[in-house]
Design a protein around this ligand. Structure first.
Ligand SMILES: Cc1cc2nc3c(=O)[nH]c(=O)nc-3n(C[C@H](O)[C@H](O)[C@H](O)COP(=O)(O)OP(=O)(O)OC[C@H]3O[C@@H](n4cnc5c(N)ncnc54)[C@H](O)[C@@H]3O)c2cc1C
Length: 381
């Protein structure tokens, strides 16, 4: 499998060759990791030791303080290509570090960033919940959590979890972020029966019950409501789209190799399908490159929020179509023999099919339509 990142390859503080080797190792372990209930523990040790967990921190290769989004998207794409579940957990880590970068106090930022550098801390971001979602209740000036989160990716290996929930105290009222210490959550509070998905098994996205966790003020991140602040909230969809495209690229590569092995690449029907697959992959890359450039030019400007959100929404829904096109054509290329459960293609099909199901896909498309109804000449440069 090929992995590329021009920005990282040229960066003096990051060992790109070592990282590329790590990606190859992660890919080689993917079949075994799929059925490991502890998830990709070894993979994250490797990512820690090659410096990938801290890449976005100040003075590192993809420092959030600089305009590095295209290279960051490429990095997420590469990790997704190696293993979509590892990509999902890694994206959550990056997303959390970004929210810390945006909203933490200098003291909190120092503590949490230092944990990544010194200790290899892995962050997760868990917002999804059912009816028994998170409440922060105050008794005698002590905050205590009640409730659960669902879809907690990496629950068995994340050690710092950003969760969201309702708070109502004298000082705070609204949807509040907190970063809690998973070492203080007993393993019994992670419901192992809650994660029996079609794909993305290795993401270990279990339901976690946080009830009884005593929260310190220093663990609260930002003011109530900032989690949903735009353009950051919707704009971030380009990151998971980048991971998803990695899965589609892996399918494209495996499909071509499979046809080569069977001497079927001279067949015009197979060539037609490969043409569709590679065109879709290339479209995905172009969406990501442009989305990264727009993100860097607009995110802090304040007067392009709607454009940024619309472009991120389009990137996300187009990536869904692109990945479905790649899977559909690959499926017909390789046929039943190429889709055995234990094969790499079978696993990536399961993972990508499942990972494409992200929140509010219909509403996202409607928002794109509304944006263009109100801004018919948008994106004419
Ligand atoms: C592998 C994986 C890992 C994840 N990890 C995390 C994580 O770490 N942290 C986290 O917070 N979340 C995580 N999630 C959850 C994710 O963010 C979404 O919440 C979830 O995938 C959406 O699930 P759904 O497709 O069942 O949603 P639904 O909202 O049920 O959508 C399903 C369909 O119903 C439609 N629909 C939605 N609402 C309505 C309605 N009212 N009436 C009619 N139709 C409707 C939608 O448009 C869509 O077509 C993860 C998801 C996956 C797949």
């Amino acid at each position: 499998m090929k992995f590329e990142n021009d920005t990282l390859a040229e960066h003096k503080t990051f060992d790109w060759l070592r990282f590329r080797q790590v990606l190859i190792e992660i890919e080689a372990m993917a079949a075994e990791t799929e059925n490991d209930p502890n998830g990709p523990v070894k993979e994250f040790q490797l990512l820690h030791h090659c410096g990938a967990l801290k890449l976005v921190l100040p003075d590192h290769a993809l420092d959030f303080n600089r305009t590095n989004t295209p290279a960051l998207l490429q990095l997420l794409n590469d990790i997704g290509k190696a293993n979509l579940s590892v990509g999902r957990i890694f994206e959550g880590h990056i997303n959390t570090l970004y929210l810390i970068h945006l909203y933490a106090t200098p003291k909190q930022r120092h503590k949490w960033f230092n944990g990544v550098i010194e200790n290899g801390d892995i962050f997760g971001i868990w917002n999804t919940q059912n009816q028994n979602g998170i409440q922060y209740a105050e008794t005698n000036s002590q905050l205590e959590i009640a409730g659960s989160k669902t879809f907690c990716s990496g629950a068995m290996l994340v050690n710092k979890a950003l969760i969201t929930g309702n708070i109502k105290t004298v000082e705070r009222d609204g949807w509040q972020m907190a970063i809690i210490d998973m070492d203080r959550i007993s393993k019994d509070q992670i419901d192992k029966e809650s994660w029996k998905p079609l794909g993305m098994k290795a993401s270990g996205s279990y339901t976690v019950d946080f009830s009884g966790y005593q929260l310190d003020d220093s663990e609260l991140l930002g003011e109530p409501g900032v989690y949903l602040k735009q353009p950051y909230f919707n704009g971030g969809a380009i990151r998971f789209a980048a991971v998803q495209l990695g899965g589609a690229e892996a399918i494209a590569e495996y499909t071509t190799n499979y046809l080569k092995e069977l001497n079927r690449t001279d067949d015009p029907f197979q060539q037609l399908r490969l043409s569709c697959i590679m065109s879709a992959v290339m479209s995905g890359r172009l969406w990501l490159q442009q989305a990264g450039k727009y993100f860097d030019s607009w995110v802090n400007e304040g007067n392009h929020d709607e454009d940024l959100i619309a472009f991120a929404n389009m990137t996300r829904v187009n990536m869904e179509e692109i990945c479905l096109t790649v899977m559909d054509n690959s499926n017909r290329c390789v046929g039943a023999r190429g889709l055995m459960e234990t094969g790499n293609l079978g696993r990536i099909f399961r993972d990508l099919t499942f990972y494409l199901r992200q929140p509010a896909p219909d509403a996202t498309r409607l928002n794109v339509a509304k944006f263009f109804i109100n801004n018919p000449s948008a994106f004419h440069e």
